[in-house]
Design a protein around this ligand. Sequence first.
Ligand code: FPP
Length: 268
Amino acid sequence: MNEKKDKTDLLDMNRLPEHVAIIMDGNGRWARRRAMMRSEGHAEGVNSVNRITRLSSDLGIRYLTLYAFSTENWKRPQAEVDALMHLIGWTIRKETPDLVKNNVKIHLLGEIDRLPESVREDLEAGRQATAHCTGLNLMICLSYSSRWELTNATRRIAKKVKAGELSPDNITEDTIASELSTSGIPDPDLLIRTGGEHRISNFLLWQCAYSELYFTPVLWPDFDNDAFVDALLDYQNRERRFGMTSDQVSVAHHNDEPGNDSTPVNNN
Ligand code: FPP
């Protein structure tokens, strides 16, 4: 008899994060520990990508953002960059039919123009094939960095000011958010980093202002469904205060319950 209970049963399905972002770290160390090449660690990491995408979709999570290749990753040895690019294109080509079947929509974030043409074609084909999907939004960050994104946003806003389309006094947080590649997408509720480092590494700096951070020593290729559920359970044990007091948060939750007045809390 199979005694192993599915850990997902422990989750409160009404309190899942709407948006989970992941810094997938530890592929190289996973490979080194097995005397394998780093690229083999990345290939194994793709299995985790598939697994976590599938589980996120099954759980009904709305957005999953994966840091697949950072702007800084271009500095890696050319052979590793080439292997990663090849792997990314191949994965998208191979997985697109399953993504369509599971109603998963691909979004691409970052300087996609910097990627090799064949990879861009694979990505664009995947994006178009899943454009009609309405389930999980899978956001793949490639040649992405938050400082690059914020610099771009600033440049676009400056051009609008120069053209007289926008007054500096009317620049708000919404103005900036609307110029980011995540425009229109809710901020991550939960940011997970695997591989034991405690850094954000230039990832979604603006968007993660209020995200819950979860760091795990588990290397990305070993990040299985149970490890993901552990992160979600940890998230569900946190109290998200957004600068309010604990009492205010309790009142706000109480007012959100059906049948209760939603008297606004004083959020100063
Ligand atoms: C970090 O591990 C991981 C990466 C730089 C690449 C992650 C990319 C994938 C798993 C492929 C994703 C593909 C798609 C289509 C989303 P590391 O090499 O920095 O590990 P280390 O810190 O142990 O050296």
